[in-house]
Structure formats: C-alpha cells, structure tokens
Design a protein around this ligand. Structure first.
Ligand SMILES: Nc1nc2c(c(=O)[nH]1)N[C@H]1C(S)=C(S)[C@@H](COP(=O)(O)OP(=O)(O)OC[C@H]3O[C@@H](n4cnc5c(=O)[nH]c(N)nc54)[C@H](O)[C@@H]3O)O[C@H]1N2
Ligand SMILES: Nc1nc2c(c(=O)[nH]1)N[C@H]1C(S)=C(S)[C@@H](COP(=O)(O)OP(=O)(O)OC[C@H]3O[C@@H](n4cnc5c(=O)[nH]c(N)nc54)[C@H](O)[C@@H]3O)O[C@H]1N2
Ligand code: SF4
Ligand SMILES: [Mo]
Length: 728
C-alpha cells in the first residue's frame, strides 16, 4: 500500500479515522468495542536526523497519534523541523523491515528467507566466532550512525574489536573537528559551540544553515540576525540563508582557502587582531605572518572571483565586531582533500578575532558525565582500531576499513555489522564499497527500512523505530550539560526489536553475557542514572535533565580556558603538523576546475529530507518527491534546456545515471556548477515511493581525494555533463 501525506492528514485527525490504515486494524477493532482510553505522553528524541531534538509522543489506545517538540530540550527548544514532524511517516511506513531475514541468494541479488530471531542471531554469532578463530576478533568491525549504535559498540568491544566507524567523521565533519583540535585542542562539538544568538557578526563558509535544518542552531542564528548581527555567506549558490546576508560572496568553488588566507593576512598586517587575547593565549603569530605574506586580497580575488575591495572590507568589518563574532566552516567539510587545513584557517581566523570562549563566538562547553553501568568486566585487550595511515584521524575511518578488506592492512577485515548507515550511498565510489562487501565472510545490516545497503547483507536485523524503543542515555555539552532519554511510546510493530535487546540476546550466543548483566533496559538505565545522581523518574517523565547549570561558558579572569595542545596555547603555527610532514600554517592548493562542457557537481540538503533516510517517508514524499537539477539560466539557454525537462547526467569518468532528474533554471547559482539535493536516486526496489526518484549525487562521485592529515574523503571534485533524452 502506498500512502501519501495528504491521505494521511485527511485520515489522521481522529484516532477512529486512522483506523482506515491497515496497520491500525487492531485499534479500530478495539475502538469500536471499547471507549478510547485517556492518552498517554512519553518523551523521546527525534531520529530523523542526528540533531536529536526532544519531543513528546501522544499515544491513544496503544498507537502513537502525534508528536510535538519538548520545550525542555536544548536541541529543539520545543519545536520540531519539517522532517521531525514527519516521524509518524517512518513509524507507519508499510515498507518497513518486519522480520529477521537470511539471504539464501547472493549478496546484491538476494533471496530472502524469513527466520526467527534465534536463528538470525545464531547465524551472526557463528560467523563472528569463525572470524574470531581464523583472524582474531578485531576482524569484525562496526559501522554505526545513530543512537542505538552505542549497544553495538559495547558488544563489539566486549567481543574484542575497537573499530566502530561513523560516516560522520571521514564523510562529514571530521576535517573541521581535526582542524580545530590541532589549533585549540578541542573539536567544535555537536551541537557546535556556536553562540550565534549573541553574535554581532557571523561568517558562514559554505554552510547553508536553514536548508541544513539543524533545529536549535537555525533558531539561534535567526535570533542573532534579528538582534542585528551582520552576516557574510560564502557560497557559489544563493542559498536561503545567503539571501538574508549583508554580503553574499558567490565564491568560485574550491577556492575558499584563498579568501581565508587573505583575511588572515589583512588582520595580521593591519594589526586588527585581539592583541591581549593573542599574546595571552596563542603561539606562532610571527610564523603565521610570514606564511601568509603573499596572500593579498588581489591574489585571492583572482582565484575566487570575489572583488579584492569586498575581501578587504569584510576583514575590517569583522574585526570591528571582535570578539563577539563567529566564523563557521559548516558541518559537511569533506570538500577537496585539503579540508583539515581549510578548517584550520577558519580556526586561526577565529583565534585572531579572540572569539573562542567569548560571548557571541564559540562558548566553552559545560562539563558533565553519566558514568557507564557500574561493575562491568573490563574489555579484552585488542589491536588499535582501523584509522588508515592518517596521523590525526581522531576516530576510525570508514574508507580505511573498506580498503583493509582488500589489503589486509593493518590486519584482515572480514565481518561488517552496519548499523543505521546506508553505506552504498554514503561512501564515495560505491563500486569500491560493493567490491569490499563481496569479499567479506559476514555482512549484517541493522536497519528500519529496506534501503540500498540491505540487499548486500547476509542477514537483516530489523530494528524498531525510535518511537517504539528505549535507547541509551544521550548526553550533550551545551552551556549546561544535558542528559536525554527516549521512552517507547508504543510496542514495536511486526517482529522488529530495539538494539538493546538484539545485542543482549546476541551476547548470550557469543558467551559475552557477563557484559550485559542487566535484567532489562529499565534496570540498565536506572543503574546509570544512579551512578550519575540523576532521578530516573524525572528523566523518564520529562525526557531531559539539565546538569551543570551554573557553568560559565565565557572566559573571564576567574574562568581561564584550557587548551589541550602540546604548547597548552592556541597554535597558530602547528609544530604537531610540521613534525608529521604537513604545512604548519595552511597553504593554498589549486584544485581542478571543470573541463570544457562539464559543470562541477555541487550538492546540499533540502530542509524536508535527511539524506536517503527520509526519501520513502509518505509525509515528506508529497512535499519533496524528488530532487531537481539547479542550473544557471544562461547555461540553460545555451544548452536549450527547458524548465521541468528530465535529463540524465554523466561524469568525467563516463558514468551515466540510469535515472533522470528534473531541470530547475535559476539565477541563484554560478555558471560553472550544477546543484542538487543529496539522498535521492535510491535503488531499493522494496521502497515503493523512493525507488529511482531523482538522481543520487553518490552515483556521480566516482573520484575522491583523501585528506592525508585525517583520512576524510573529498566529495566535491566531480564534474558532470547533461544528457538530454534526444541525445540518448
Ligand atoms: N554523495 C554524498 N555522500 C555523502 C553526503 C553527501 O552530501 N553526498 N553526506 C555525508 C554526510 S554529511 C553524512 S553525515 C553521511 C550520512 O550517512 P548515513 O547515515 O549513512 O545516511 P542515511 O542516508 O541517513 O542512512 C541512514 C540509514 O539508517 C537507517 N535508519 C534510520 N533510522 C534508523 C534506526 O532507528 N535504526 C537503524 N538501525 N537504522 C535506521 C536508514 O534506513 C538508512 O539506511 O553521508 C555522507 N555521504
Ligand atoms: N534538512 C537537512 N538538514 C541537515 C541534513 C539533512 O540531510 N537534511 N544533514 C545534516 C548533516 S549530517 C550535515 S553534515 C549538515 C551539512 O550542512 P552544511 O554544513 O550546511 O553543508 P553542505 O550540505 O555541504 O552545504 C552545502 C552548501 O555548500 C555550498 N558549496 C558547495 N561547494 C562550495 C564551495 O566550494 N565553497 C563554498 N563556500 N560553498 C560551497 C553549496 O552550494 C550549498 O549551499 O546538514 C545537516 N542538516
Ligand atoms: S532537526 Fe528536525 S529531523 Fe533533526 S532531530 Fe530535530 S526535528 Fe528531527
Ligand atoms: Mo553529516
């Protein structure tokens, strides 16, 4: 059955009415014979993206009927974004994974056999033990993106493997976090430590906040702007937020570093930096000055196509508002392969403005801890995780794991457990991912939907959705410390199960039950709450507990910052980088520009979808059913393209898409690129709505560079040409 959002809205206004959806059959039967019971309300936090906004779910007669923002939640501040509001579109998706399944066919060409949980977990345990015997426990690794992954991480550590990799490092924010870590000895957090609501000046380098719908951050940004903050946006596209900016810089893609270095030079040469702050907290100013001496505004202008006078003016304006300003490099920072260095340039510029630890800049995040479940046995000794040969990979590197399958370096990698990550669309060059999967001894997918990754698994473990489960306590470091809880608002549908249950059952089959001594999840959560001095009942009722509320987030005489760098200062010049053979101060690298007849493939987010995970959601599908190809009107006229026409794309390596995309003609984009939302072009035939709608950026990203500092894969260096139907 395919249900649209309009259908759903029509029928969801009363509980009796929603009985027309088959999944509500039991409710309707009940509601006819028994009067409706009073509603119950359970706190939860959203899993439609990784911001995890707090919410309250209303349940009537055992079925969730509405979800609303929880005002106590920092990340949501009482609101849910368009995607978050569509949580029921996931819960009641008729395409959901319903039973454990074994693949009796081939990986990629599966024949599914429905099996019991006992059989599915027995299969996984046997294979894991086989691999352990032949190669060692570290040869089974975890890919994990999402809250339930914490139980899998615990299980794998107990099994003897320390490799748990999230694409949010090497395919997302890793370069930014490493760039800041090398400069301040701290990453920038998630939620980022941006103090936007109090900023007087904000610079967004390639961030499209607003379309990137990270809820509280968008609210904070708008508060800052409403209070008069000036805004600069660097983006080759007039994004929604760029349309609100005081300065929109339609920078030539891949040249941002030139502008950043020119700003550093102007600020240093004209002595516009925060002198007291730099002399007290930073090292390396002299070396920095020397390193950027040739990076004039005129030089940057030639590369970036932004006027030199504008570059100079902004540097001066910026420094007038110091230290209450925030220069943000966005979250998705894997662009061109020198991304940790670009992020370092942003970190250095912030340091010159004295914005770290200052009101309106980057706040100092509150400290706090929820200790682990008490009395657990120690994890066994094991080999270091797979990070590739990247000296500053702070976390395991997804793409290095993929390589390890073929190279057996640093050791063989034979089993993958993939929790909540659609790796086929998430890692660049899907052929490399598929080739690696084909070589494995075990491939497990833990998911809620039959996404692209699922057909490559030997066994599929259906997790219930976030509204049907408890998860581990989630913590957040804001201007206070937060503990948040997810409480099931209804029983899991079909035979789906929560990860806390799946991992506990699997631990028994692996002989690891000593690591899972709790009787059930409430027993586990209560013990953790006790250890942290939190009331479980309060957390269970409100969903959120605020701790460290007396935290001072700003530097003052009594509140001095600690920099966890070798010099214990902010490192404008990095000896750490120098020692490993990298530039101690960022340098400009020229990146390839599109060849004749090609456009650079540029992509971002639609406010109403999260990657591929929401593309089948019937409440969102009606609003944004597919992605569009943005193309500048001059180029469209040159190619004779018409608005709404469907085209295919081919990239520089001759890869041609098998699906089509609708043309959107616009003035809001430079002429040298085309733009689309990432996440569409799903190739999973069981997804009745999403399958083959639009084009996936991932299909066209066959080429990538790896950041030698930290292992991030650049995703912005592919070029495409447009193929019209007539040319096929
Ligand atoms: N080409 C290209 N690649 C990219 C990006 C891009 O813009 N373009 N963006 C990059 C970025 S920034 C990131 S963060 C990554 C994101 O990478 P992923 O996290 O892999 O992206 P999603 O498409 O959201 O895949 C999530 C998977 O989790 C499943 N899922 C959803 N909810 C649950 C749940 O409750 N439990 C379980 N077990 N599974 C669940 C979904 O069905 C889906 O299969 O991708 C990166 N890769
Ligand atoms: N609605 C929604 N919100 C999301 C997500 C989602 O899937 N959906 N995903 C979340 C996640 S995990 C992440 S990491 C963030 C990512 O969100 P952001 O950090 O904002 O990053 P991008 O998606 O890369 O931003 C895309 C913008 O960068 C511009 N751009 C492209 N090339 C260049 C360039 O060379 N220079 C400059 N200056 N700009 C360039 C594009 O035109 C586009 O407007 O979004 C988060 N928020
Ligand atoms: S930003 Fe939106 S999708 Fe993400 S967690 Fe919050 S409400 Fe959910
Ligand atoms: Mo991300």
């Amino acid at each position: 059955m395919s249900l649209s959002r309009r259908d759903f809205l029509k029928i969801s206004s009363t509980v009796a009415a929603i009985s027309s959806i088959p999944v509500f059959k039991t409710v309707s039967a009940m509601s006819k014979s028994t009067p409706p019971s009073p509603p119950s309300f359970n706190p939860n936090f959203c899993e439609l993206c990784f911001w995890n906004c707090g919410l309250m779910a209303k349940t009537v007669n055992g079925k969730v009927v509405t979800i609303d923002g929880n005002p106590l939640s920092y990340r949501g501040k009482g609101k849910l974004c368009g995607r978050g509001n569509a949580g029921l579109g996931l819960l009641y998706d008729s395409d959901r994974l319903k039973y454990p399944m074994l693949n009796t066919g081939k990986r990629g060409d599966p024949k599914w056999k429905q099996v019991s949980w006992d059989e599915a977990l027995g299969f996984v345990a046997n294979k894991m033990n086989d691999i352990k015997q032949k190669y060692g426990p570290e040869s089974v690794v975890l890919f994990s993106h999402g809250t339930g992954g914490s139980f899998w991480k615990h299980l794998l550590k107990a099994f003897g493997s320390d490799t748990y990799a999230a694409p949010s490092f090497a395919q997302c924010r890793g370069p930014r976090d490493v760039g800041f870590y090398l400069t301040y000895g701290s990453d920038t957090g998630s939620p980022e430590y941006y103090d936007f609501s109090k900023s007087r000046f904000i610079v967004l380098v390639g961030s499209h906040l607003g379309e990137n719908a990270h809820n509280s951050q968008v609210q904070d940004l708008m508060t800052g702007l409403n209070n008069g903050a000036k805004l600069v946006v660097l983006d080759p596209r007039l994004s929604n937020i760029a349309s609100k900016a005081d300065w929109w810089l339609p920078v030539k893609p891949a040249t941002d570093m030139a502008i950043l270095l020119a700003w550093i030079k102007i600020v240093v040469d004209e002595e516009l930096y925060d002198k007291e702050y730099i002399s007290k907290y930073a090292v390396g100013l002299k070396d920095l000055k020397e390193a950027v001496k040739d990076c004039s505004a005129e030089w940057a202008s030639k590369l970036s196509e932004i006027p030199a006078a504008t570059i100079t003016d902004i540097a001066r304006q910026m420094s007038k508002h110091k230290p209450n300003l925030c220069i943000s490099g966005g979250r998705f920072t894997v662009w061109n392969g020198d991304d940790a260095q670009r992020s370092r340039a942003i970190a250095i510029l912030n340091a010159l403005m004295g914005s770290w630890g200052r009101e309106g800049g980057y706040y100092l995040p509150a400290k706090g801890k929820v200790p682990p479940y008490p009395g657990l046995p120690e994890y066994p000794e094991t080999k270091p995780p797979i990070t590739g040969e990247y000296p500053f990979a702070l976390l395991p590197v997804t793409n290095a794991i993929r390589e390890a399958v073929t190279t057996n370096k640093p050791y063989p990698c034979r089993g993958w457990i993939v929790y909540g990550s659609n790796l086929i669309k998430t890692l660049p060059n899907s052929k490399e991912t598929i080739d690696a999967i084909k070589k494995l001894d075990l491939m497990v997918a833990v998911d809620v939907l039959p996404m692209d990754i699922v057909k490559w698994a030997d066994v599929v473990l259906p997790e219930c959705t976030y509204l049907e489960r408890y998860d581990d306590i989630a913590t957040g470091r804001f201007q206070y410390f937060e503990a948040a809880l997810r409480v099931p608002a209804m029983k899991p549908m079909f035979e789906s199960k929560p990860s806390w249950w799946i991992t506990k059952e699997l631990s028994k089959k692996l002989g690891l039950e000593a690591y899972f001594p709790w009787t059930d999840i409430e027993d586990y959560l209560k013990a953790r709450c006790n250890a942290a001095g939190i009331s479980f009942d309060e957390l269970r009722k409100n969903g959120v507990v605020k701790l460290s509320t007396d935290w001072n987030p700003y530097i003052s005489q009594q509140n001095q910052p600690v920099f966890n760098t070798p010099s214990e200062k902010i490192e404008l010049y990095s000896k750490q980088l120098k020692e490993k053979g990298f530039d101690p101060v960022p340098k400009y690298t020229a990146h390839e520009q599109p060849p004749q007849g090609y456009f650079r493939l540029v992509f971002g987010r639609t406010p109403l979808h999260t990657f591929s995970r929401t593309t089948n959601n019937f409440m969102l599908d009606d609003l944004v059913p597919e992605n569009e190809l943005w193309i500048n009107s001059k180029q469209a006229a040159r190619l004779g393209l018409k608005k709404g026409e469907y085209v295919r794309l081919a990239n520089q390596d001759g890869v041609k898409t098998d699906t089509k995309i609708k043309v959107k003609i616009t003035e809001r984009l430079r002429e040298d690129c085309v733009y689309m939302y990432h996440g569409f072009g799903v190739h999973a035939s069981e997804l009745s709505r999403a399958n083959k709608r639009g084009i996936g950026t991932d299909e066209l990203i066959t080429r990538y560079k790896v950041d030698p500092i930290m292992g991030g894969t650049s995703l912005r260096g592919n070029f495409v040409k447009i193929i019209r139907e007539a040319q096929l």
